[in-house]
Design a protein around this ligand. Structure first.
Ligand SMILES: [Zn+2]
Length: 248
């Protein structure tokens, strides 16, 4: 038997009453495991197959692991009561599924992921802010760094920053490369502030005093960057659509 501290990030139906879970674990990164009987009413381990369930999973060894038992650590229940927070959490789960290969340990990213789910569920930090803070750091953990220091070519502080979607960095107006796009100062400064903030507390968020529109621009920039260098995050597109609809 193997013990994993893990988040449930995807489930797929399997046979009549079983599911195949994708778990993001502290100990071994992303792993798959079968869980039996969870579609039956009153199944004891039903909670362990719920989205974003954080539990200690006891798995059998073997080619396809199987969940023998689980004890709940946190269900992040309030996520289910707010559409924006739910889609933000869905974006996090999709990010892990797409950017963390199976059996590659990502302990720091795991801890950041638990923390952002806590932020979504239990704090007053808006979902767009917690998500942007998470993605700005999480992209780095999987090898797609975003760098918002000085110009990547000449080192000068750019008065008009241009973001390079293939390199993930910023150049000034005279060094900018083809295909780069001008960023608003507000978004540029927001990314700099976020990179200096280890934990986005309610106090840290309030102290920025930056309008939501810049967070949305930041999320759109990360979405376009990931689409350019790797693959798109569909849940992020849906979340941005929700914010857009809410503004009308
Ligand atoms: Zn330059």
């Amino acid at each position: 038997m193997l013990k994993f501290n893990a988040l449930m990030i995807k489930s797929v139906d399997y046979a009549d009453n079983d599911k195949i879970l994708t778990l993001f674990s502290l100990e071994q990164g992303v792993i798959s495991a079968k869980i039996r009987g969870v579609k039956k009413a009153g199944a004891k381990l039903k909670f362990a197959a719920e989205p974003f369930c954080f539990a200690e999973y006891m798995l059998t060894e073997g080619r396809l692991k199987s969940v023998a038992n689980a004890s709940l650590i946190d269900s992040f229940y309030p996520l289910r009561e707010d559409l924006f927070r739910y889609y933000a959490a869905g974006t996090v789960a999709e990010f892990i599924r797409k950017f963390c290969p199976e059996n590659v340990v990502h302990a720091a990213l795991f801890l950041k992921t638990v923390r952002v789910l806590k932020d979504f569920a239990y704090t007053a930090v808006p979902a767009y802010a917690a998500l942007l803070h998470y993605l700005a750091a999480a992209t780095k953990e999987v090898g797609y760094s975003l760098r918002f220091g000085g110009c990547a070519c000449c080192g000068a502080t750019p008065s008009r920053p241009f973001f390079d979607f293939t390199e993930g960095n910023v150049c000034c107006e005279s060094c900018r490369k083809e295909g780069s796009a001008e960023m608003s100062r507000g978004t540029y400064e927001l990314f700099q502030a976020l990179s200096e903030t280890e934990e986005l507390t309610e106090e840290a968020f309030s102290s920025y005093n930056i309008d939501r529109v810049y967070y949305e621009k930041g999320l759109r920039l990360i979405g376009r960057y990931l689409r350019t260098v790797a693959e798109p995050l569909d849940s992020l597109t849906q979340l941005l659509g929700l914010y857009g609809a809410a503004d009308k």
